[in-house]
Design a binder for this molecule. Sequence first.
Ligand code: AMP
Length: 327
Amino acid sequence: MFKINNNVIKKIYKKIKEYDKIVIARHVGPDPDAIASQTALRDSIRLTFPNKDVVAVGLGVSKFKYYGILDKIDNDKYAGSLLIVLDVPNIHRVDGIDGLKYKEIMKIDHHPAEDVKGKVDWTDETACSTCQMIAELILKSPLKLDTKIAGNLYLGVVSDSDRFLLSYTTPKTFRVMHELLVKSKLEFTSLYNYLYDRSLDEVRFQGFLSTNMKVTDNGLGYIVIPNSIIKEYNVDLATPSNLINSFNFIREVIVWTFITEDAKNKAYKVSIRSHGPIVNSTAAKYNGGGHKYASGARLTSEEEIDSFINDLDRLCEEYKRGSISNI
Ligand code: AMP
């Protein structure tokens, strides 16, 4: 048995029981943890309370359709609902709630807290993923579990922890997964294809990134990816951030960042990873945020790109000199 956040779990369950209409949302540009936590919680509430009207909103992503189909809703019908926000702390990054007149917000997230605040709020920065938190919630409350829900949660955890490799993976992650697998009897090894199947185009694009990434003397790896390259390799805007964790463990690199042109929005989508200094404060300076060592930002001009790269390079230099630590 693992130590549980009994109090907050009780409060969350009580809130879910209280409302007949529940809308579940997550961040824009979803990853497997965002979508899987959303559909798993929706399906578990539906299974437990067949008479409740529970929906999962936001733009669907076809490559993540395995996790379940999202719901298109008529906002008027869901006025007065409970809005559960998963995996995102900033209100402007919550997808699919424009014009929704919800009565109350409740957040469950593993990012540092920002401006999404519910009366009931479960923020656990020590959790490797939101799926770990939803698994804990389901296992330690009367919410029901089936094999599909368990599979979604398992894949969300595996994806966000990068196969139990990133530093937020803790003994608790394994304890929650152990209980999830035992209780659901999930045959998890057959599911990996849903996470790791990829096109030859994407593999070749990864080759492009490693060949063209510049590395400074201070250990900053960076690459600016123009829209023409995204098109040439037949990949999409989300591909660089899906690949960025594969650049871990490069001896010469302390911090690395992919800056991808988002031509439609005249901006640059940025992913940052670090195994040295904390980078989310630099991300926050550039319209971003996220975890201490895995963050994102948005840039809007070439001057901003230069300034951002300089800031990260200086951070690496200070880290190498020992004038800042990684805690
Ligand atoms: P990514 O590199 O897209 O996987 O994002 C890494 C982390 O940073 C995730 O936790 C994201 O939710 C967060 N993130 C990405 N972009 C932004 C942004 N523009 N503002 C705040 N957080 C972000």
